[in-house]
Design a protein around this ligand. Structure first.
Ligand code: UT7
Length: 365
């Protein structure tokens, strides 16, 4: 039987401080009804710690669930669009924190599609014999790049991390097929201009420049079409029909996007995993957090066909088709939690509000 990458452990880390729709009503001109109807989101996590802290907790949980120790990991891939710094990579910073000294480590930036790109890369590395046990992590601190005066974006995103261990299997399970795509020409629809080297070295951060540029409706259309056609291509490569899919675990961007894309595929809602209500859109962390919840809720059985699909900034999209292996419950549990905090969500967002306030005093955007 072919050698493939199969998921044997999973974990997530959700920050304890939540930004509820009621909180958002105090910050911007919005309502709980509008947010729930247009997005399906009720609350999202706002992290009081750094990306490495979120990633560390999710990683330990995934490694324990796989019944392994950090020494067993030979490759760490972190998918993120909000790394703490660009060098060392988020994956190297995490490797040091974990003490996973037997692992190579690198980051993937495919924005919200990062987890699918990472799954694809991890399984291809396993198929090629480059790695045997990969730790894949999606981790984001998106609140750092939001503008909490802008109602069209700040309602959507949340922080968090999810992780999985992927191991080599020759039992017929694992990642059966992939589809990855991108259209850099549409990249302007979603831009974080703030996290790179562009511009003069002496330029100070400017709230008019260093804010998320986002064309919500364009992204919406690209997302629905992109996920549908990507899933179709991946299923075709796996020689599997949409009706034979047991569970779709999509990127949690907007409940309406997920419903529209899966309706077009003819996949009924009971075969679609959604946990966006409590997490919002956590970019590369959203699929592993949803996968974690699907497994904990007993929604995945051995032998199931599970499809991961995403779209995101770049723009990028991708899907993987997985035949699930024997592991559907955790082998072990990690004894690790985030440090507690007394800070409120308004404390955590105070600097952001102060930074962007002058921009909104001058502009109606
Ligand atoms: O992971 C990839 C990241 N991107 C995404 O997932 C986003 C994809 N796009 C979307 O999810 C949706 O486009 C949004 C949720 C962002 C917006 O929903 P929409 O149904 O496309 O609304 P819209 O942009 O067409 O706005 C409709 C109205 C506008 O008012 P007018 O011009 O009709 O008077 C907006 O100003 O709703 C207004 N609006 C709001 N009202 C209350 C926009 N944001 C809000 C808000 N509360 N938070």
């Amino acid at each position: 039987m072919e050698r493939r990458g199969t998921i044997t452990g999973w974990g997530k880390c959700v920050p304890p401080v939540k930004l509820t729709n009621a909180d958002l009503e105090q910050l911007v001109d919005t309502t709980d009804d509008w947010i729930v109807e247009r997005t399906g989101i009720h609350e999202r996590g706002i992290s009081h710690v750094e990306v490495t802290d979120l990633a560390e907790v999710a990683a330990h949980r995934a490694i324990a669930a796989a019944g392994l120790t950090v020494e067993d990991i030979d490759l760490i891939i972190v998918a993120t669009v909000t790394p703490e710094i660009s060098c060392p990579s988020q994956a190297c910073t995490l490797q040091e924190r974990l003490g996973a000294w037997n692992a190579g480590a690198f980051d993937i930036n495919a924005a919200c599609s990062g987890w699918v790109y990472g799954s694809s890369t991890a399984s291809a590395m396993i198929e090629a014999g480059v790695a045997d046990r990969v730790l894949l992590v999606g981790a984001e601190k998106l609140h750092f790049v939001m503008d909490y005066w802008d109602r069209s974006t700040c309602i959507l995103f949340g922080d968090g991390a999810g992780a999985a261990v992927m191991e080599a299997s020759t039992a017929g399970d694992g990642v059966l097929a992939h589809d990855l795509g991108a259209d850099g020409g549409e990249g302007k629809t979603m831009v974080f201009p703030t996290l790179g080297t562009r511009g003069e070295i002496l330029r100070e951060r400017d709230p008019a420049i260093d804010r998320l540029h986002f064309e919500g409706q364009n992204v919406f259309k690209i997302a629905v079409r992109g996920m549908e056609s990507s899933v179709r291509r991946a299923l075709e490569r796996a020689d599997i029909l949409p009706e034979d899919v047991d569970l779709v675990v999509p990127h949690q961007a907007n409940a309406r996007i997920i419903n529209a894309a899966t309706r077009r595929l003819g996949i009924p809602p009971e075969k679609v995993m959604m946990n966006i209500a409590n997490h919002g859109n956590s970019a590369a962390a959203s699929i592993p957090m949803a996968l974690n919840d699907a497994l904990d809720e007993g929604r995945i059985s051995a032998g199931d066909i599970v499809v991961q699909t995403a779209f995101g900034g770049g723009v990028t999209w991708g899907s993987t088709v997985i035949r699930w292996g024997e592991r559907t419950t955790r082998v072990g549990k990690a004894d690790i939690e985030l440090p507690p905090t007394d800070l409120t969500v308004f404390d955590l967002l105070a600097d952001n509000r102060a930074f962007f306030a002058p921009y909104h005093e001058q502009s109606d955007d």
